[in-house]
Design a binder for this molecule. Sequence first.
Ligand SMILES: O=C1NC(=O)NC(C(=O)O)N1
Length: 313
Amino acid sequence: MISTKTTLAGFEFDNCLMNAAGVYCYDAAELDQMQASKAGTFVTKSATLQARTGNPEPRYLATPLGSINSMGLPNHGLPYYLDYVSQQQIAVPNKIYFQSITGFNIDEDEQLLAQITASDFKGIVELNLSCPNVPGKPQTGYDFETVERILTRVFEVYQGPLGIKLPPYFDIVHFDQMAAILNQFPLAFVNCVNSIGNGLFIDAATETVTIKPKNGFGGIGGDYLKPTALANVHAFYQRLKPEIQIIGTGGVKSGQDVFEHLLCGASMVQVGTALQKEGPLIFDRLTAELKTIMQQKGYTQIADFQGQLKHLD
Ligand SMILES: O=C1NC(=O)NC(C(=O)O)N1
């Protein structure tokens, strides 16, 4: 019997696959589809203190090799998602859900966490430190001192399982510096990676950008992202203390892509662009393809190969 079960933050999940925050998680209708899918669980759209309409449209484009988006954190506000998850904790009790949050400053992060503490939320928090699409708002994950300040406050005020969503890094020294900061904290996980911020996809026929916000600059996902995502997963897997697990996100559209993220050290794999394109049935296909690869290699569980990427010595 081949199993794609996984454990994260001390919880067991029937499947190591789930959505990436932002995809199929904006409202109850989308989250219901995630609940009905083969995914092991879901994460909500990153919730902010106040509901947001997000950036002007067009703000998303699927491209042949991936996607570009500048959604701008459209969401119904944290209470909406806490209510939905509260219902699911009763309707489907033996599952653990992820709540993504993002404040626009450290005090908002604290307020969001206080709301979660005051609720009956029993799941895992994903603190998004990497949205590249709010005009004027930097990707917090690139400000190392601020990350340290935020995590210090977060773990002073919040006692439940919590991880962070990071932007991609492209410098070995940055992996070293960020890992040294993160190893100070009781993080349940680090999710590598968010989209590559501020890419540009243009239409040569009309000589125009393809999305409206920020003169067409947006987060890049899909095939373009995969080598960077795998590198970030593996770099942090190599550097973080074993108590901090890795969620792998970026460029997953086949069972092989899932296998590669797990081989690099991920304990859970999230799907964004390909889920947006194919819909939640993708989890049936990805699970079957991953099991086929595992069977061909003689593996029966993820632990048989997780993090076992070989180097050339
Ligand atoms: O963290 C995010 N990453 C993205 O690529 N897009 C969304 C968004 O724009 O809301 N947020």
